[in-house]
Design a protein. Structure first.
Length: 185
């Protein structure tokens, strides 16, 4: 009986640790809580394992208006997205949603602030706005279709594993109880 209970506990802890090991954000540029004094043209998020190409990132300003992140690319464990023009002064919230290498959907948020001096020459921003927008618009014209995994299937696999572990634990305890009753008679 002790062997059955011991084996059941080992399986329970083995599955529990596998279920709890998820992908997470390891670094970002701009970083969480960072106060940036330069132009911000892109956002770079790095995770601790490979992420799926269906991952996404959204950026919102202080008024909860979405700033368009274009040309989002995923390469191994890094997701990069660009902005058509540099971000204005203010606080921005980044919301990311990924599917990690372990197949689990993960999401998170963080914020950063842009604080630039207003002493720049007005002619310079106009020139810099025209130069990057042309290549960005050309790259936006070609949409890429990506397969989207059904997150409910992924989540249901975790639930199924937990239910099976619980059922095996109950069955092991029941059989151990029956064997213990027979031995005591």
């Amino acid at each position: 009986m002790r062997r059955i209970i011991g084996a059941t506990l080992i399986l329970l802890f083995a599955f529990a640790s596998a279920v709890s090991a998820h992908t997470g954000l390891t670094s970002s540029s701009p970083a969480d809580g960072e106060d940036i004094t330069e132009d911000v043209y892109e956002i770079v998020l790095e995770f601790n394992t490979k992420i799926e190409t269906t991952s996404s990132v959204k950026v919102f300003n202080e008024n909860k208006e979405e700033i368009i992140v274009s040309n989002t690319q995923v390469s191994d464990n890094v997701m990069t997205g660009g902005f058509a023009s540099p971000l204005d002064n203010g606080t921005y919230t980044v919301e990311w949603k990924i599917i990690g290498g372990d197949g689990h959907p993960i999401q998170g948020t963080y914020s950063f602030t842009v604080s630039q001096d207003a002493l720049e020459d007005p002619a310079v921003p106009e020139e810099t706005e025209e130069t990057p927008t042309t290549p960005l618009e050309e790259s936006i014209e070609k949409p890429v279709e990506q397969a989207i995994e059904d997150s409910s299937k992924i989540a249901s696999n975790d639930v199924l594993v937990v239910i099976l572990v619980i059922l095996f634990t109950i069955a092991g305890g029941f059989f151990g109880w029956i064997i213990g009753r027979r031995q005591s008679k």
